[in-house]
Design a protein around this ligand. Structure first.
Ligand SMILES: [Mg+2]
Length: 274
């Protein structure tokens, strides 16, 4: 599988969270056909590049795209909220080396520095909650809770314990949590994609539904913001407060609705303003 033919000069950058935004297991197909139709149209009418900005690892994202039967590849993937990958001419995903190396290095240093604190948080989580520490084999600091309420309590504890902790933050997506460096998140990674692809933040669109999307749902990162109807309350109020588009449909259909509203696809070659 390949990407759509590249535009001569990219003018817009689109960023989509995957789970709950582009894709929903409750829908058949999980990513609606209309999404791929509008992406093709926007490639021609607005010279857009598009990608997935997700908490999933690269491998898990590729699996998700296969399950959702993508007809063509995105132009980039941001995995684990921070690592950037682009496809080569054969559709093979390659890391953006400079950024990913810098990101890895910062995390190794961060986790080494806060080893003791992470150990004590792990002990507390394992003794006091039924959350599982460790998202993946190569994930030194993350967990999955048994319920949203349990994750609310874990987050409250982490906030209390890390008030003065330098550079350590976390990305939460419903019952999932991953510790990370404050400089590497969906927002900074998307800004880097914009820099690499030569598209300004004013011409960047981002849509997401959960806490780990908050860093990219920022007007300094993307001039056009949206969320689907199923977004968590914090995301919905943020989008409403900054004049973004809160869709009335869930997940992929909400994403199509937001793209249609923002880019007014019936009027070709407009500047995309609404
Ligand atoms: Mg999501």
């Amino acid at each position: 599988m390949k990407t759509l033919p590249s535009p001569d000069c990219a003018e817009w950058l689109l960023a989509f969270d995957f789970d709950g935004t582009l894709s929903s297991p409750e829908m058949t197909p999980p990513v609606p056909d209309e999404f791929f139709k509008i992406i093709r149209e926007l490639r021609d009418s607005h010279h857009t590049l598009w990608g997935i900005n997700t908490g999933r690892s690269l491998l898990h994202t590729v699996e998700g795209m296969q399950q959702a039967d993508f007809p063509f590849l995105p132009d980039y993937i941001i995995g684990r909220e921070r690592e950037i990958y682009t496809p080569n001419n054969y559709g093979r995903w390659l890391p953006v080396k400079e950024w990913n190396k810098q990101c890895d290095k910062a995390h190794v240093k961060l986790f080494r520095k806060h080893k003791r604190l992470l150990k004590s948080l792990r002990e507390w989580v394992e003794a006091e909650t039924s959350a599982d520490w460790g998202l993946q084999a190569d994930e030194p600091a993350g967990m999955v809770a048994s319920s949203l309420e349990e994750m609310d309590a874990i987050v409250a504890k982490i906030d209390q314990e890390t008030v003065d902790t330098e550079h350590l933050c976390y990305q939460r997506n419903a019952i999932y949590l991953r510790f990370s460096h404050e400089n590497y998140h969906k927002g900074s990674a998307l800004a880097e994609v914009g820099r690499l692809m030569g598209v300004s933040s004013e011409r960047t669109f981002a849509i997401g539904d959960s806490y780990n999307d908050l860093d990219m749902l920022d007007t300094s990162i993307a001039g056009y913001l949206a969320c689907p109807a199923n977004a968590c309350d914090e995301v919905k109020s943020l989008i409403a407060d900054c004049g973004g588009y809160v869709a009335s449909a869930d997940a992929g259909l909400g994403t199509v609705e937001a793209l249609s509203a923002i880019f007014s696809t019936s009027q070709k070659n407009t500047d995309g303003g609404n």
